[in-house]
Each structure stands twice: as structure tokens, then as C-alpha cells.
Ligand binder design. Structure first.
Ligand code: NAP
Ligand code: HSE
Length: 437
């Protein structure tokens, strides 16, 4: 039964995502009203260019360039414009006028999230952002609600679809990075500024959002360690495959226990790493996303689906809209996140992972001992060594593939430096982390 007054919805943006939000709002009006207990009335759609063609049929009288009037007349504001400004100003304006806000804007949340959440808390409004991480995949709500009584140990996610597509093409076809990037570009998978995807900035923004929720800690974007996929070679991909691994761009958020000398903290990092083929993340193909969560009580959980796409992302926006609208109808507090834990975000130098290092060395007596010594000197323990002379032309050269036990980034960097300066080593062809073992 619908007794509540119609709720006024303002949509900021009518691009890839916004046009689909408008379509779902207009087409599913009756069903949404029945679910919420109030009609959801789209009162206007903010755009830059009123005359531009739209991806869905939005009545022309709803299209506007007048931000203030639209925002101030709404109960709930949906921001799907992207960018920092004027999105930030509009969201603050909406919150300060008492509206709940739904946003898909990971870049804004990762850079100005603290300001936005503080404002929402002060005025008693709600800020929802399911669509900001991993598109259609429900991951924000599980972290905010379903797992709120558990303790998260680690999150390992493939949260950038375009780089997953590129790495998957390299793995499945043996093609070069350049040709896989060209394919992804042709399919329209990359952001307007492709470095956001290729250099891991997009994944780092999402990692910062996930880590702050999982560990109840503010995570400034500049503290997220980031490496993109631009140095991944087809040779590394082939070697990983031969050894039973696949290379994925991972966003890792992890609780790090205290040691005898160091405080506990968290690590938030993005880099390409070798993942064993039997790990659930290894089977995430194409442009799909997945988030693998390890919690103390729940154990391992995997969330999988479309990380982008207009309609898919609009689904996540609509879920938030129904929640926000129900809160208006039923009253009471909404979701609130806490940053009470206030853990230190640790530098990459303190983080331990396994590594795979590939070297070309002089094939002569004592060379293996020299190489092993470099590892021992810096306290890095070798787990596996494979030697082969077949891969290269010169007879006096051998190819060494060394797998390590867990070592800190700092110790491994010292080993690499030592090897680089050693006369026994002709070339270091690959240094890559191994995760999920
Ligand atoms: P988009 O296609 O570029 O659409 C942006 C829309 O916002 C356009 O309609 C544009 O108007 C409007 N807009 C931009 N700046 C404006 C301004 N200053 N004043 C008024 N209107 C303005 O972007 P999108 O792909 O839909 O992405 C929107 C948000 O969703 C971003 O934060 C993005 O990161 C996030 N997101 C997108 C995806 C995806 O698959 N696309 C997935 C997850 C999250 P005009 O059309 O008139 O230019
Ligand atoms: N550029 C992003 C990706 C879009 O490739 O996953 C979704 O956030």
C-alpha cells in the first residue's frame, strides 16, 4: 500500500550510467513504488549539453542545466557525472540541504570521501556508493552490513575490468601487451584517460574505498601502493602459465599483525602478481571483476560479476536508491561507517610476499652459489630454482627462475640490486610478486 508522498529524485548526469538509471526509474515506476511504499518521481536530469543525443529516452522537459534548482528541490540526489568538481560541490550542497546522496564516483570518494562522509554524518543524511567499486557486484553492502560483525583479514580483488581483459587476452592468445591494449581500446573498455586503468589509478581508488570500510580506517589515496600493468610482458605471461599461474592486476587490502618491534597496521596495494590457477581469482576472465574476501568467522567469500557497463552499474545505483527511499518512508538512521580503528597504512617496504625472479646468468662453475648468496645475504629464502639453457641462443648463458618464500619488499629490492651489480648476472628479465598461494 502506498501512503507516503512521492519522493523527488534528482539525477546528475545522463551518460553511460545515468541514461540507464533514468531508463530503470521511468520504466519500473510502479514496481519501484510498490517495493518502496512511495512513488519515486524523477524531477530532473542534469547535463552539460541539453541537445546531446542520449542512450535512453529521457523526456526533454526533464533535461536541465540548472543544478541549484534541481538539487535543492530533491529528496534524494543521484550523482553519476564523474570527476571531482563540480560533483563534490553538488554532493555537499545536496547533503547540506538534507537530501540523501547516491554516487558511483570512485575518484571523488577516494580523494574527498572523508569530507563527504563527515558532512553526511553532521547533517544526518546518508551517502550510498555501491556502484563506486566493482560496478554491479554487491561488495560495499556486504562489507558495511553483512560482515559488520566479523573481522576482515584480507581482501584481494580484480576491480578493474579493462586491465583484466588485457591480461586475459595476453594469457589466452599469447599476444603482446600493446596489441591487447589496442583490442581493449577498440572495444571501448578503457577510460578516456587510459593511464587511469593501465597504471592502476582506478584500482587504487577502489582499493582505498574497500580498505577504509573493511578496516574502519581512513585510507588516503596517496598511501595506496600502486603499480600498473604497463611492464607486464608476454614472456612473463608465458612463463607464469608454464608454471601453473596467471598474472592478474590485484587490489589487496590486508591487516598486518604487530611484530616484536613494529605496530599493527594495514596494507593497501595494487600491482600485477602471479596467481595460482587453482585460486578462484585465476578463473576471472575477460572484463569481469571479482572480490575475494577472507574474514575471521565467515572464512573465504567470493563476489563476482560485471565491474562496469551502463545497465550493470545502474543496477547497483538502483539498489542504493531503493534503500535510501525506504529509509525516507520508514524513518530512522541509515548506514553509518566508522573509522574508529584508525590503523596505520603501512609502507610497501614492510609488506611480505613471495616473488618469482628470472635471470640470465653466465653458465659457469660457482654462478649458482653467487646468486644464492645474494638472496641469503639479504635474508630472502629461496623456495624453488629451475635452470635451463635451452631458452636462449648463447651456449655459455643459462636461464634461472627462482621462487622465494615470503620476503619483505625492502629485502627483495636489496637482492635485486645485488644481482644487478653481480658480474655473474647478465640480465634480470623478470621480477614479479606471487599472491594467493
Ligand atoms: P559519462 O558517460 O561521461 O557521463 C557523464 C554525464 O555527466 C554526462 O551526461 C554529462 O553531461 C554529465 N556531466 C558531466 N559533467 C557535468 C557538469 N559539469 N555539469 C552537468 N553535467 C555534467 O560517465 P559515466 O561512464 O556514466 O560515469 C559516471 C560515473 O559513474 C563516474 O563517476 C564513473 O567513474 C562511474 N562509473 C562508471 C562506470 C561505467 O561503466 N561507465 C562503472 C562504474 C562507475 P553531457 O552528456 O551533457 O556531457
Ligand atoms: N575503467 C573501469 C574498469 C570502469 O575498467 O573497470 C569501471 O570502474
Amino acid at each position: 500500500m502506498i501512503e507516503y508522498r512521492p519522493l523527488k529524485i534528482a539525477l546528475l548526469g545522463a551518460g553511460v550510467v545515468g541514461s540507464q538509471v533514468a531508463k530503470l526509474l521511468l520504466e519500473n515506476k510502479e514496481e519501484l513504488a510498490a517495493r518502496v511504499g512511495a512513488e519515486l518521481e524523477l524531477i530532473g536530469v542534469l547535463v552539460r549539453d541539453k541537445n546531446a543525443a542520449r542512450l535512453s529516452n529521457i523526456p526533454s522537459e526533464l533535461i536541465t542545466t540548472e543544478a541549484d534548482a534541481l538539487i535543492l528541490g530533491a529528496d534524494i540526489v543521484i550523482e553519476v557525472m564523474g570527476g571531482i568538481e563540480p560533483a563534490r560541490t553538488y554532493i555537499l550542497q545536496a547533503l547540506n540541504s538534507g537530501s540523501d546522496v547516491i554516487t558511483a564516483n570512485k575518484a571523488l570518494l577516494a580523494t574527498n570521501g572523508v569530507e563527504l562522509f563527515d558532512t553526511a554524518e553532521q547533517v544526518g543524511a546518508q551517502l550510498y556508493f555501491e556502484a563506486a567499486v566493482a560496478g554491479a557486484i554487491p561488495i560495499i553492502r556486504p562489507l558495511r552490513e553483512s560482515l559488520a560483525g566479523d573481522k576482515i583479514k584480507r581482501i584481494m580483488g580484480i576491480v578493474n575490468g579493462s586491465t583484466n581483459y588485457i591480461l586475459d587476452r595476453m594469457d589466452s592468445t599469447g599476444c603482446t601487451l600493446e596489441s591487447a591494449i589496442a583490442e581493449a581500446t577498440k572495444l571501448g573498455y578503457l577510460e578516456a584517460d587510459p593511464t587511469l586503468d593501465l597504471e592502476g589509478f582506478d584500482a587504487a581508488q577502489k582499493a582505498a574505498i574497500l580498505a577504509s570500510l573493511a578496516f574502519h580506517t581512513e585510507v588516503p589515496l596517496e598511501k595506496v601502493y600502486r603499480e600498473g600493468i604497463t611492464k607486464v610482458t608476454s614472456e612473463q605471461m608465458a612463463a607464469a602459465k608454464r608454471d601453473g599461474y596467471v598474472i592478474k592486476l590485484l587490489a589487496i587490502c590486508e591487516k598486518i599483525d604487530a611484530t616484536e618491534t613494529e605496530e599493527e597496521g594495514i596494507s593497501v596495494r595494487v600491482y600485477p602478481a602471479m596467481v595460482p590457477l587453482e585460486h578462484p581469482l585465476a578463473s576471472v576472465r575477460g572484463a569481469f571483476n571479482a572480490v575475494f574476501v577472507e574474514a575471521e568467522a565467515a572464512g573465504s567469500l567470493m563476489f563476482y560479476g560485471s565491474g562496469a557497463g551502463g545497465l550493470q552499474t545502474a543496477s547497483a545505483v538502483m539498489g542504493d536508491l531503493v534503500s535510501a527511499a525506504k529509509r525516507h518512508v520508514a524513518g530512522g538512521p541509515g548506514l553509518a561507517d566508522s573509522v574508529h580503528a584508525d590503523l596505520e597504512v603501512l609502507p610497501i617496504s614492510r609488506i611480505k610476499t613471495r616473488y618469482q625472479i628470472t635471470l640470465e646468468v653466465t653458465d659457469a662453475p660457482g654462478v649458482l652459489a653467487t646468486v644464492a648468496n645474494a638472496f641469503a645475504k639479504h635474508d630472502v629464502s629461496i623456495e624453488t630454482v629451475e635452470q635451463s639453457a635451452k631458452m636462449i641462443e648463447a651456449e655459455s648463458t643459462a636461464w634461472l627462475e627462482i621462487g622465494t618464500h615470503e620476503a619483505t619488499d625492502k629485502d627483495l629490492a636489496a637482492v635485486v640490486e645485488e644481482l644487478r651489480n653481480s658480474s655473474a648476472v647478465e640480465q634480470i628479465t623478470s621480477v614479479i610478486r606471487v599472491e594467493g598461494v
